[in-house]
Ligand binder design. Structure first.
Ligand SMILES: C[S@@+](CC[C@H](N)C(=O)[O-])C[C@H]1O[C@@H](n2cnc3c(N)ncnc32)[C@H](O)[C@@H]1O
Length: 258
């Protein structure tokens, strides 16, 4: 693809372009930045499954990469398109309406350097099928960034809010679902999520907790010293048991090179 004349130096999103420097996504961006740094100065082909309004896609496009977002929601894709245009990266963001469960038919096999699948496996019909399609979309050596809802945090938060029945249901349910009114169909622990990726042939390289503390502490504390919270969040993200009680779990996995 032609790069526009005012395209930035290719690389990683910088802290100045970061809506992503906050504690809620810092652990994910830290892992992605390392991968982008490792790959150096080339425009990557990125696929964002369930990428929504482009919270990750647009900063990656701003960093010079070509991003295809597959999402089921036309409204989310319209917002993505507007956001990409406002950021001046419309030529590097492609919006594709489609169901994650049908991903295999929407993307070219072995084409992506990086696939994001954030906050999607909780809601699709068949997560194993989606992860299989993610693995197929990756070129050999390419990497997947997978973010899933954590079961332990959901149990703790329901209990702390006085919903002991829901906490008990999420704890006991094989899928970690609170019942038919739950907005999520399933939640994961680190081992279960890793097993799902490994079953698709991916090698899990890193697991981090995302929002280990950010959702727990009072806003007044977070606002008083955001830098301290960010540092604490990043430190806790890598270490069980703190990692495992995070609101989300981030898995970084790779399709073997051969
Ligand atoms: C919680 S949002 C996450 C958005 C983005 N990945 C992020 O982390 O900011 C979930 C997204 O998945 C999309 N989605 C839900 N079910 C889907 C499906 N079956 N196939 C594709 N996208 C789906 C929704 O439209 C929404 O944009």
């Amino acid at each position: 693809m032609e790069r526009s004349q005012n395209a930035p130096a290719i690389g990683r999103p910088t802290s100045t372009t970061s809506p992503h420097a906050g504690p809620r996504t810092a652990a994910v961006w830290a892992v992605l930045r390392r991968e982008l740094d490792r790959l150096g100065d080339r425009a990557l082909t990125v696929l964002d499954v369930g990428g929504g309004t482009g919270g990750f896609a647009v900063p990656l496009a701003e960093a010079g990469h070509r991003v295809t977002v597959v999402d089921a929601s036309p409204d989310a894709l319209a917002a993505l398109t507007r956001r990409a245009a406002e950021a001046g990266v419309a030529d590097r963001v492609r919006a594709v309406q489609g169901d994650g469960d049908a991903l295999a038919g929407l993307v070219e096999p072995s084409s992506a350097d990086l696939v994001l699948c954030h906050a999607v496996l909780e809601v699709v019909d068949d997560p194993a099928e989606v992860v299989g399609a993610v693995a197929t979309a990756l070129r050999p050596g390419g990497a997947a960034s997978v973010l899933v809802a954590g079961r332990a945090a959901a149990v703790l938060s329901r209990a702390m809010n006085g919903h002991l029945d829901l906490a008990a249901t999420i704890l006991a349910d094989p899928e970690g679902c609170a019942g038919p009114r739950d907005t999520l169909r399933r939640r994961y622990d680190a081992e279960g999520a890793a097993a799902l990726l490994r079953a698709a042939g991916l090698e899990v390289e890193q697991i981090h907790g995302v929002r280990v503390l950010a959702d727990l502490i009072p806003a007044v504390v977070a606002d008083a010293d955001p830098a301290a919270l960010l540092e604490l969040e990043l430190t806790a993200a890598a270490h069980p048991p703190y990692r495992d009680m995070a609101a989300q779990l981030h898995l970084f996995a790779r399709r073997p090179a051969s």
